[in-house]
Write a protein that binds this ligand. Sequence first.
Ligand code: ADE
Length: 392
Amino acid sequence: MPLLRSIGERFAQERALDGVAVAACLHVTAETANLVAALRAGGASVALCAANPFSTQDDVVAALAGEGVDVLAVRAESAEDYTAHVEDLAARKPRVALDDGADLIEALHADDKRLAGLAGATEETTTGLVRLRAMAAAGALRCPVLAVNEAVSERTFNDRFGTGQSTLDGILRATNVLLAGRTVVVLGYGATGRGVAQRARGAGASVIVCEVDPMAALEARMEGHEVMPALEAAERGDVFVTVTGVRGVLRGEHFERMKDGAILANAGHFDVEIDLDALRDLATGTPREVRPLVEEYDLGARRLYVLAGGRVVNLAAAEGHPAAVMDVSFALHALAVEELLRREGELDPGVHAFPTELDHEVARLKLASLGVEIDALTSEQQEYQRSFRRPG
Ligand code: ADE
């Protein structure tokens, strides 16, 4: 992860994070360990818990613990343990919080004392930002949050390239299904849905998109995908991928129309997009595990296959985004920590756009790591851009 390495080297020289307590609620993966290392190189003390009970890599937990990092996570921990770990981190009153899904930021708001020393927080996911904006609208958000998720470099790398590839990776690892010639239904055409649709098409599948936003639906159509309501798509799909951030996207009426053998996966943050209670009600008996992370629901004449219990498939059935993607995401978080400390007391409570200069800095670092050089505007071109006069 060359970006994090270079940021870590700078942090180690400057030691601007000396004594800063950082609490991070992130997926505990090898990539996250590199973010922790960069922050520690700058002098921060980092405590880490999982952003999802099923994404934790236990070997990474052991390695981090061996290096003296306080890490509270075990793969497949119970919901109670998961919550207790988030609470534990919040109770430590961090200076900076790094979040993926907003559980930690919510827990920090449970008690004024927890918020007292907080300079601010970062948020990695769309789902987290939706929750935080709802908190802000209710007047309940009491710290500044930098929207890492909406940095342009994050949207491009993490959502489109990252989720696009790693979601298919999870589906393929779990099922080994051939995508060529199949119909993949992508529910939700945000940045992540675009990535999944693009990669599925690249693998030879026909793609149907279901979307509630007219602009996004129009874009999907102009990209050459079929667009239709989920009830229609239910009859056509071989593989369904929910990536909406909304609950109950695939419900009883959809399951009733699906083909025998249809595969259902979720790439959204929470496991609420596929209504498994409704599926259990329709099925006879209990679901049968036919391969690791693949459960068969018997609907009489038809069988449906749910991957990873409807949990975020790229992390539960694969390894999440590759390091080359998370390098960009975590470079953004690392720079955000510096920024939150630099502007402590200046930023109002609320969700803030990610600073463009830092976004560009990350893009420049990424280009440099790829050995790509780009042009710069000449001084005449810059002058032209500043002028409002019609060119003569
Ligand atoms: N989110 C998606 N992929 C990830 C990864 N590899 N590490 C941490 N968070 C992630």
